[in-house]
Design a protein around this ligand. Structure first.
Ligand code: SP5
Ligand code: ZN
Length: 358
């Protein structure tokens, strides 16, 4: 399996995130990347792509603009410098939103765009748990570069690729950040695969609903979005991810949410995986993107499923049976000591199942 690395990931280091009235240490830390890299290096199934295969920044910007709005990308690119200019001392603090224009309800409007940066930050964020730092833009663009190269490799005939990156992406929507995410790498990958394949499926197996990805493709029938996740009645991101969200207009029937109760173990989770896999096959997917979060692990500090390290091997083997060229993007997983082994188990068993199938 070809692995594409974001070597800019270290530029994004959040200090604290807001959680129920407290600033707490960030869960989405740089060591997550290193644990995965070490695990992959210790096994022999990975081929690490050379940096020369990555697209340049102009090209990257163009691809990212197929998923995210121009206004949002301009906001993100200049956010750190705007934050620093907002108030003396801000260079030593992460930017976190503290005010939001609620949608449509109370007459709040952004028709006259606010000049104040705190007001603008709230326009483009949906939570206060996603610190924006000096290097967030660069790290997110580095992730997009790796994603584009990984999707192109699969478009050009590779059986599979893995994007080893952070920050993650699946919560980021067309014009908002949140859930530790800024640029939706899975959506960028699917968009590139669509240039080659008529029908692309996205099967999100992170603990949290892939709200950003769902929203990117909600009215489209050519990209089928599926997410297996904790029921949003109890779990983040709360306001999206219910089973009755099935798509809109042309996209009706092309979004599938499979919410599960907190406490689900592999027995319950794997039933949802079967439902998802059947749907991918019935759709006739010609290529697949798997937003791969391992925060479904029993030891995850912020989640609530009970998957075991060995279960991740079963998942990889099952995904291989879909017989689709596949791009994996690294999403959540916060039990840092276990993240590497869990990710490597999915990818290695996928890889072995595909080579044995010929
Ligand atoms: C990509 C991804 O997995 N994003 C997840 C974002 C979750 N944000 C809310 C986290 C709430 C953390 N709660 C800590 C509780 C400790 N008991
Ligand atoms: Zn997650």
């Amino acid at each position: 399996m070809q692995v594409f690395i974001n070597d800019q990931h270290h530029l994004h280091v959040g200090r604290q995130e807001m959680f129920r009235g407290r600033l707490v240490d960030c869960h989405e830390v740089p060591s997550r990347f290193h644990f995965v890299l070490d695990s992959l290096r210790s096994r022999s199934f990975c081929e690490f792509a050379k940096a020369e295969t990555l697209p340049n920044l102009d090209e990257t910007r163009g691809q990212v603009a197929r998923v995210h709005s121009a206004q949002y990308l301009a906001f993100l690119e200049h956010a750190w410098s705007d934050w620093v200019h907002l108030q003396a001392g801000n260079e030593d603090l992460d930017a976190l939103p503290s005010v939001w224009p609620l949608p449509n309800r109370f007459g709040f409007s952004t028709e006259i765009p606010p000049a104040n940066f705190a007001a603008r930050l709230g326009m483009y964020s949906f939570d206060s748990g996603t610190p924006l730092t000096s290097g967030s833009w660069s790290a997110a663009m580095g992730g997009a570069q790796a994603t584009i190269a990984a999707a192109r490799a699969v478009s050009n005939g590779s059986r599979s690729s893995f994007v080893l990156t952070r920050p993650p992406g699946h919560h980021a929507g067309p014009d908002y950040m949140g859930g530790y995410c800024f640029v939706n790498n899975a959506a960028v990958a699917a968009t590139i695969l669509r240039d080659r394949f008529a029908r692309v499926a996205i099967l999100d197996i992170d603990f949290h609903h892939g709200n950003g990805t769902q929203t990117c493709f909600y009215d489209r029938s050519d990209v089928f979005t599926i997410s297996i996740h904790a029921d949003p009645v109890h779990s983040y991101p709360f306001y999206l991810g219910h089973a009755n969200e099935r798509g809109h207009a042309n996209g009706l029937g092309f979004n599938l949410n499979l919410p599960l109760p907190i406490g689900s173990d592999y027995q319950g989770w794997s039933q949802a995986l079967e439902t998802a896999c059947t749907a991918v096959t019935e759709f006739g997917a010609q290529a697949l993107v798997v937003p791969l979060g391992v925060d479904t692990f029993e030891g995850d500090p912020i989640s609530g499923f009970r998957l075991k390290t060995s279960d991740y091997k079963t998942i990889g083997a099952r995904l291989a049976q879909l017989h689709c060229p596949t791009v994996f993007t690294f999403e959540g997983g916060y039990a840092v000591q276990a993240v590497g082994e869990n990710v490597a188990n999915v990818l290695e068993s996928f890889h072995h199942a595909t080579i044995h199938a010929g």
